[in-house]
Every structure is written in C-alpha cells, then in structure tokens.
Write a protein that binds this ligand. Structure first.
Ligand SMILES: Cc1cc2nc3c(=O)[nH]c(=O)nc-3n(C[C@H](O)[C@H](O)[C@H](O)COP(=O)(O)O)c2cc1C
Length: 168
C-alpha cells in the first residue's frame, strides 16, 4: 500500500483545511494518506510521498513548513514531494500561477519538489490581531477554490501512482 503524508503549517486553520481536502482526494484515489501539522511530524520514513503546504504571512512561508523541509530533506531524498502555499486574499491565485515566495522556492530546491502551487487564502472578517484585523477589514473573505485544490490533488495522486508503478 502506498502511503502519503500531507503536512501543513497553518496559523488560522485555512491551510490545514486545504491539506484536509488534499488528503480526502488522495484517499479517494486509493492512497493511504495521513494529514498532519508539520510541526508535529518526527519521522517521515514510513511515507512513499509527501505533500507539504504552508500559509503565507508577510511574504514568508509558515515556519512549521520551513522547518519540516529543513528537518526532513535528507530522509525525503529520492521520494516525490509536492509543495503548496496558501495566501492571496483576492482572485489572483485562480487567475494564474503565482510563483513560490523565496522560502518556499528554497524548500522546493532542497526537496527537489515535483511542483509548487499557490492557492488562495482565507481571512475571516473577525480575525484578531492589529495587522490581521486591518487586512481583514480591507480584504477579508474566503478565496480558496476547493475544486482547484482537489484537481491538483488528483494530479498528485496520478503522479504518485505512476512513480510507484515504475518502482515495481
Ligand atoms: C498579517 C497577515 C499577513 C499576511 N501576509 C500575506 C502575504 O504576504 N502573502 C499572501 O499571499 N497572503 C498573506 N496573508 C493572507 C494569509 O496567508 C491567508 O489568510 C491564509 O489563508 C492564512 O492561512 P492560515 O489560516 O492557514 O493561517 C496574510 C494575512 C495576515 C493576517
């Protein structure tokens, strides 16, 4: 059985939810999939493939995603890895490919990732914190496109299956 880990770095829960959609889709394609907070994962040796996502804050990739990439780079060498970021509070992520922020690009290089995707984000109008509430007032809302996330997860599933088949 092929095992996949979907790990995420999320502050306000919306990236965690995207990871959950990806996990559900992969499971629907017959892959044994675990979804976990990237900060809690100690060992990746049991997984054949990994999807790692992080929320974007002030142009930075969530620290748990960054740390996961650093900590597990050696163990994941030779295993397929896909990355995603979640952030834009507008429709830009639906309208075209948004390149990774520098930290996610570095993780992509370190993990030799197959692909990186940027998905829209969510900030609720009642978000707390000085900066967050100011941003929420201007551009709060849910800009995540669940269909786009699930379509991407289907592509990941197909590539995982192809990699596993090539091994056997
Ligand atoms: C203070 C603050 C800074 C943010 N900076 C960025 C940013 O630099 N780029 C971006 O695309 N989104 C940015 N966002 C939007 C978040 O990435 C978005 O709300 C995301 O969905 C949060 O994910 P989470 O709920 O998993 O923490 C910012 C949001 C806040 C509150």
């Amino acid at each position: 059985m092929t095992r996949v880990l979907v790990a995420y770095g999320s502050k306000r829960g919306s990236t965690a939810e995207i990871a959950g959609w990806i996990g559900e889709t992969l499971r629907g394609q017959g892959l044994e999939t675990e979804v976990a907070d990237a900060g809690t994962v100690r060992d990746v040796s049991a997984y054949d493939a990994v999807v790692l996502g992080g929320a974007l804050y002030a142009g930075r990739w969530h620290k748990d995603a960054r740390r996961f990439a650093r900590r597990h780079a050696a163990a994941l060498s030779g295993r397929p890895v896909w990355l995603f970021s979640s952030g834009p509070l507008d429709r830009s992520a639906q309208e075209g490919e948004i390149p990774p922020v520098p930290q996610a690009a570095r993780a992509s290089a370190a993990l030799d990732a197959c692909e990186h995707r940027t998905f829209g984000g969510r900030l609720t109008h009642d978000a707390r914190g000085f900066l967050a509430s100011a941003i929420a007032e201007r551009s709060g809302g849910d800009y995540r496109d669940q269909d786009r996330v699930r379509d991407w997860a289907l592509r990941v599933a197909a590539q995982v299956a192809a990699t596993e088949q090539a091994k056997s």
